[in-house]
Design a protein around this ligand. Structure first.
Ligand code: FCB
Length: 438
């Protein structure tokens, strides 16, 4: 392992999402989901890390960790708990939180939909309903009216591909449908339409407010996909899944065109993203599955991986995948790259420092090759609710004691803080944090 410098242009920080850390919201569909017992060990969304009440303390921790940027999401159900009814309290809360970040010079990147939404939206069929685009746009309009002067950067919808898959194919997220391919494609189409509509609207609204620094983009989950075996069927399954999970969304959200089975639209000249946000975690080996309700593929982890190659959720740790995906997509779309999520569940904090080292090394390699990577947001600042997997997986640079809600910066958190401060990984840092793994 060698010491290396990070480019000064690369801004460093963390990412979180409202439902996963805030607690206290009785109007979201994920609260309803937890009441139905659909989260591991019957866990509830209600307390989480109590970030809603402790955001000031958490921002102080971010300051102590030299964070330059922060990707957070706002909870739609706190702002519009009933259809068409706006909560002044919810809006004021986010305004205060964002003002606190700005006062500390931590630049926010605001996600407008991160997997959760109000119960009334769920009851109307959520993203499967054609009118979802109208509802979401109306909500975003309200958000920009209130927060638009404080926030210049937005992610519209987090990981629409994972969302559609887990809600309609795998049944892990509400409404819990399994094998509903029609639901998958319908919801995907509406989320793409919502992104395109909001891209234009946010730009127009902020322009009218006198700002010309608006950036709107996506945060798409990209898995590094390979065929499980090099057989023609495995290769075909890999390509089908790569298309329906990645390319179909990129065609839509970046290029503004609906391709099969959403439509048959040719190239357009304009782009509908100012940056490309990539959430990267792992490599997926794809095995063919003749079942169309599984989108013809099944994802497997490589056989016989050593312990240091897997995280606590059993996902393979594969830093090179980040390199390949960023390079390929940068060459294709020519957009500035933000790594909007990258992290590891690691309760013992034995693998996180190396994970950070290995992934940042790939990022720096990309920059050295002339690829415009501008941001790295580590997932996550705090331990949090890992959706249907509950509170077991520990993704935080900061450990949360769920009994007392006390925070404690992990060793890897100190390592990351030093990286953020010095924009380098130095020999003494390697000695201190990565001695065992060298
Ligand atoms: C991503 C989600 C994020 C978090 C990480 C581990 O798919 O966007 O909320 O759960 O995975």
């Amino acid at each position: 392992m060698k010491a290396f410098k990070l480019s000064e242009q690369l801004l460093l920080g963390c990412a979180t999402a409202a439902t996963q850390i805030e607690g206290g919201d009785y109007h979201s569909n994920w609260y309803e989901w937890s009441v139905k017992g659909r989260i591991q060990n019957d866990e509830s969304t209600i307390v989480a890390a109590d970030h809603y009440n402790r955001y000031k303390e958490d921002i102080d921790l971010m300051v102590s960790m030299h964070q330059e940027i922060y990707r957070l999401s706002i909870e739609w159900s706190r702002i519009e708990p009933k259809e068409g009814v706006w909560s002044e309290e919810g809006l004021k809360h986010y305004l205060d939180e964002i003002k606190t970040l700005n006062a500390q010079s931590i630049k926010p990147l605001l996600t407008l939909h991160h997997f959760s939404h109000p119960q009334w939206f769920e009851a109307l069929g959520q993203w499967k309903n054609k009118k979802s685009v109208f509802y979401f746009k109306r909500f975003v309009k309200k958000v920009i009216e209130v927060l638009g002067s404080e926030v210049s950067e937005y992610c519209t919808i987090n990981e629409p591909n994972v969302f559609a898959n887990d809600s309609f194919i795998d049944g892990k997220y509400p409404p819990g449908d399994q094998g509903n391919t029609i639901g998958y494609f319908k919801a995907s189409k509406h989320m793409i339409q919502a992104h395109l509509a909001c891209y234009e609207m946010i730009h127009d609204m902020r322009k009218n407010m006198g700002f010309n620094d608006t950036k709107v983009g996506i945060a798409l989950h990209l898995a590094y996909m390979e065929p499980f075996k090099k057989t023609p069927f495995n290769k075909m399954a890999r390509n089908i899944l790569d298309y329906s999970f990645h390319t179909m969304f990129l065609n839509g959200m970046i290029e503004g065109r609906f391709t099969f089975p959403l439509g048959l639209q040719g190239k357009r000249t304009k782009k509908f993203c100012d940056f490309m946000g990539i959430n990267y975690y792992s490599r997926h080996f794809v095995h063919q599955n003749l079942n169309p309700t599984k989108l013809f593929g099944e994802v497997k982890v490589k056989d016989n991986l050593a312990d240091e190659q897997v995280n606590d959720l059993g996902w393979e740790i594969y830093p090179k995948g980040l390199y390949h995906l960023v390079k390929e997509n940068y060459e294709k779309y020519q957009l500035p790259i933000y790594i909007t999520e990258n992290g590891i569940p690691d309760a013992e904090d034995q693998k996180r420092a190396k994970f950070i080292y290995d992934h940042l090394l790939e990022v720096q390699m990309l920059i050295d090759e002339g690829i415009d990577v501008q941001r790295y947001y580590h997932w996550s600042l705090l331990d949090n609710l890992e959706w249907n997997d509950g509170y077991g997986p520990r993704f935080g640079l900061i450990e949360v004691n769920y009994d007392t809600l006390e925070r404690h910066i992990r060793e890897s958190g100190h390592f990351y803080a030093e990286i953020c401060q010095s924009k380098a990984i130095t020999e003494p840092m390697l000695q201190q944090y990565l001695k065992q793994t060298r």
